[in-house]
Design a protein around this ligand. Structure first.
Ligand SMILES: *Cc1c(COP(=O)(O)O)cnc(C)c1O
Length: 426
């Protein structure tokens, strides 16, 4: 099935007389006839459900749809995108390990890595996604366990060279993890370019309606853990907390990584999404392909309007000819990039804040990538904990306005921007 069809049909095929769409199985626990039956589940000898903190049928059906959309072999959902990022890395990197990450990743991921995970003993080296080969090579250490980047960086909108980073990761025997939140599998499937694991904040385009916070991790099934067993003891040696199971042996390349994340991390850390939220996420997924296309069409028109405006200092949008990411976007996402644009209003930081005050349709919100057009000034809100140097290293100028173009009529969005730019002229 193609992506548009998978959005509707993926993850769930009702049998005779069963619900038409993925049903909400809102139950903490599941009933068994004998203790022996349940024991097999606990031993991972049989597949089934016993307690929703580990797995739930609604969640798994939605996860299977996302896995199909990405072309992966297994997936798990988490209660937020942050949860997905944390589990994706912590599943293979712990105390004493090291990870190479792009410096332009989402601010929340940057803090998770640079502050919280460092406190847990995981070290990180951040590299400019356009660094030289020598710099990239120098970032690796003997204890490096993964490379992490973002398909289209939020909010810097830098397009990640997935093939290049995948080749570097594989040369060092480690997987590439890519946060594919902004591109979505509709515009880019990182596995086709060599990425091994994909993460999502499903809160953004996948939900798409400002309704549910959530995350997803998808495994390509391609990374050969056993070939690098010395680096990944968590997957390649017995898990004493799980009856001595060796995940990579018992579940193979296709399922080992996600099974470990479920059986160990979700069991112990417990950030499962509610079945009700997964049901709503599924409604968003059904229209993902048509919405993403509309977001991209609108954003292209808006970016061209802003580029032509005398009140605008610069526009960053990988769909614009001449943009730093344009050529790379053509390669990795020929059908469109995302609905998010960043730009600077002439007059700097103050002019940006004045402009935002005059907007009527576009609302100020700490959000992106949903049906409603919204704006944000990252330097004074989401990224306010970062220093100016960190902001610039992360590709976020202090005067930058981030505009998330919704799926309203493009002319209405442009009229709103035009009147706000005119009203805020000094
Ligand atoms: C929002 C976002 C996250 C974090 O997701 P939450 O659902 O807010 O926890 C991670 N990565 C990217 C690219 C994001 O945009």
């Amino acid at each position: 099935m193609r992506k548009e069809t998978l959005c509707i049909e993926g993850g769930y095929t009702p049998k005779n007389g069963e619900p038409r769409i993925i049903p909400i199985i809102q139950s903490t626990t599941f009933k068994y006839d004998t203790s022996a039956d349940m024991g097999k589940l606990f031993d991972l000898e049989a597949e089934g459900y016993f307690y929703t903190r580990l797995q739930n049928p609604t969640n798994d059906m939605v996860a299977a749809k996302i896995a199909a959309l990405e072309g992966g072999t297994a997936a798990m959902l988490t209660s937020s995108g942050q949860g997905a990022t944390f589990y994706a890395v912590f599943n293979i990197a712990g105390n004493g390990d090291h990870v190479v990450a792009s410096s332009t990743i989402y601010g929340g991921s940057y803090n998770l890595f640079n502050v919280t995970m460092r406190r847990m003993g995981v070290d990180f080296t951040f590299v400019d996604p356009d660094c030289s080969d020598e710099e990239l090579e120098a970032a690796f250490r003997p204890n490096t366990k993964a490379v992490f980047g973002e398909t289209i960086a939020n909010p810097a909108l830098i397009v990640f060279d997935i093939e290049r980073f995948a080749a570097a990761a594989h040369a060092h025997g480690v997987p590439l993890i890519v946060d594919n939140t902004f591109a979505t599998p509709i515009n880019c499937r990182p596995f086709e370019w060599g990425a091994d694991i994909v993460t999502h904040s499903t809160t953004k385009y996948m939900d798409g309606h400002d309704a549910t916070v959530g995350g997803a991790i998808v495994d390509s099934g391609n990374f050969d853990w056993m070939a690098h067993a010395d680096k990944f003891p968590g997957l390649c040696t017995p898990d004493e907390s799980y009856h001595g199971i060796t995940y990579a042996e018992k579940f193979g390349r296709e399922k080992a990584y996600i099974t470990k994340a479920t059986a160990q991390l979700m069991r112990d850390l417990g950030s499962i999404p509610s079945p009700m939220n997964c049901y709503m996420l599924n409604l968003g997924l059904e229209s993902l392909a048509v919405r993403v296309q509309r977001h991209c069409e609108n954003a292209q028109k808006v970016a061209e309007f802003l580029q032509a405006s005398e009140d605008v200092e610069y526009v960053t949008y990988p769909g614009l000819k001449g943009d730093a990411g344009y050529e790379r976007a053509k390669k990795y996402m020929p059908n469109g990039t995302c609905g998010v644009i960043s730009f600077g209003v002439k007059g700097g930081r103050q002019a940006a804040e004045e402009f935002m005050k005059h907007l009527k349709l576009a609302i100020i919100a700490t959000h992106v990538a949903d049906a409603h057009t919204c704006v944000l000034h990252p330097a004074s809100s989401t990224h306010r904990q970062m220093t100016d140097e960190e902001l610039i290293a992360g590709g976020v100028r202090p005067d930058m306005v981030r505009l998330s173009v919704g799926i309203e009529n493009a002319e209405d969005i442009i009229e709103d921007l035009r009147q706000a730019l005119e009203s805020s002229r000094a």
